[in-house]
Design a protein around this ligand. Structure first.
Ligand SMILES: *Cc1c(COP(=O)(O)O)cnc(C)c1O
Length: 459
């Protein structure tokens, strides 16, 4: 008999989580103004809000915390991080930051000006926020196929080279501080970008004299998909693939809370010493001195270890297969999601589930609230709420997709938890015809409103 697949780790420490009643959840979500970000985590049973900083560190990472060097300048931990970034990612220069958006802040404060254009593949929300806050344009050049959730193609996160080239032709190089390639493409459903696409984008950037930035939060999951889906890479190790991916780019920004499996941390790295030096001032001003930036020594140590573990096949296989397991369960129940299953999350196609809720009443948000009410499971809306208003017209933007993202924290939940998630979603799916109204906004910020928005049921 063939042995079933199982995780490549065992559990050494546990954390209690609690179930609640539907009556309690109705009260809590109302108190939270129907914003899932406003819930206390104690009021959540299975938390799939994000895979960011929510993973379980390994025994090795915890042991490295004890060895952290907290020197203000030139700490051993800084050099450990530097060594890992050079060895595993191939970058000579970097600045530690407290998380990914801080890396964006340092980079874009230095290079992005009003009226600039940064083409990319579905910029991440904080990336888009940092660009638009500076009155620059985040131009989405993702392939059109990404908007069809039922289409199964291996690299649905790719940039469309024709769209990119049109942008590179349209705007002069000095208006394009960089092209932002995000791996994996979170907003399009955790979908990977192929090596061929990275190579192509890199060649176009060189041809037009523009820098290429890899927004790298899930670079290791992207490498996993290249290994299992792209011809010519099946016999390469994850670390070899990662090295090649980064060989084509000039700059990387990293939210280490994702594929470096730490609870907090990030960095921006450069091939060029000159670019690194240009960014130092904003790092010192906004984060901290260049050898710690926004991080403590112990966290830099854990990050260095996490980069190594996070690029090991056994870990990645356990990781991505758990996401696929949830996808397979939803297949069994006929619940539509962005296909194929992504690297860190399942993105339920809310428009195909709640067909009767108007888009003005936030379809994916409504589905997220229903799932919470059903079983205390917290996902997150990737739809019109997240899309914000148009910076110029201030009209609501309605993206092509209304998705409920169920992000799976790394090494945290078992497949029993995943079974509960799938069953709860099926219960919501079974009563979908009775859900006809959504929510309206009562309070919002002008940018990145989804974090703090307040809502009430539509009447
Ligand atoms: C999480 C993330 C960021 C921002 O990082 P934070 O650590 O949350 O500040 C940027 N880009 C991508 C692709 C991300 O997933």
């Amino acid at each position: 008999m063939e042995l079933p697949f199982s995780e490549s780790y065992r559990i050494k420490m546990v954390e209690a989580i609690h179930k609640s009643t539907r009556e309690e959840r109705e009260r809590w979500i109302k108190e939270a103004k129907y914003n899932l970000f406003n819930l206390k985590s104690d009021h959540v049973f299975i938390d799939l809000l994000t895979d960011s900083g929510t993973g379980a560190m390994s025994d090795r990472q915890w042991s490295r915390l004890m060895l952290g060097d907290e020197s203000y300048a030139g700490a051993r931990s800084y050099y450990a991080m530097k060594e890992a970034i050079r060895e595993i990612l191939g970058f000579e220069y970097f600045l530690p930051t407290h998380q990914g958006r801080a890396a964006e802040n340092v980079l874009y404060s230095t290079f992005v000006r009003e009226g600039d254009v940064l083409p990319g593949n579905s910029h991440f929300d904080t990336t888009k926020g940092h660009i638009e806050f500076r009155k620059a344009i985040a131009l989405d050049c993702t392939i059109d196929e990404a908007a069809d959730t039922q289409l199964e193609i291996p690299f649905k996160g790719n940039i469309d080279p024709a769209k990119l080239e049109a942008a590179l032709r349209q705007y002069p190089a000095e208006k394009i501080p960089m092209v932002v390639l995000t791996v994996t493409n979170n907003t399009a459903g955790g979908q990977p970008v192929s090596m061929e696409n990275i190579r192509r984008v890199s060649a176009l950037c060189r041809q037009y004299g523009v820098l290429l930035q890899l927004d790298s939060a899930r670079f290791a999951e992207n490498a996993y998909f290249i290994k299992v889906r792209e011809k010519g890479y099946e016999h390469k190790t994850i670390k070899e693939i990662v090295k090649e991916m980064f060989s084509y780019v000039d700059i990387m920004t990293m939210s280490a809370k994702k594929d470096a499996i730490v609870n907090m941390g990030g960095f921006v790295a450069f091939k060029s010493e000159e670019l690194w030096k240009k960014c130092q001032m904003f790092c010192i001003m906004n984060e901290g001195f260049i050898t710690y930036g926004g991080m403590s020594g112990r966290d830099m140590n854990a990050l260095a270890e996490g980069l190594d573990e996070g690029t090991e096949w056994d870990y990645l296989e356990s990781r991505v297969r758990q996401v696929a397991y949830l996808g397979a369960k939803l297949d069994e129940y006929g619940i539509p999601y962005q296909r194929p299953a992504g690297g860190h999350a399942i993105f339920v196609d809310a428009t195909r589930v709640l067909t009767r809720v108007p888009k003005e009443e936030f379809i994916a948000q409504t589905l997220g609230i229903e799932l919470y009410l059903e079983a205390g499971i917290r996902g997150v809306e990737i739809g019109a709420m997240l899309a914000d208003r148009d910076p110029v017209t201030r009209e609501n933007r309605y993206p092509k997709l209304e998705l409920l993202r169920l992000a799976i924290p790394r090494r945290t939940y078992t497949n029993n938890h995943i079974d509960v998630v799938a069953a709860a979603l099926k219960n919501v799916y079974d009563r979908r015809e009775r859900i006809t109204r959504g929510y309206v906004i009562t309070k919002e910020f002008p940018i990145m409103r989804h974090f703090t928005v307040e809502l009430q049921p539509a009447k």
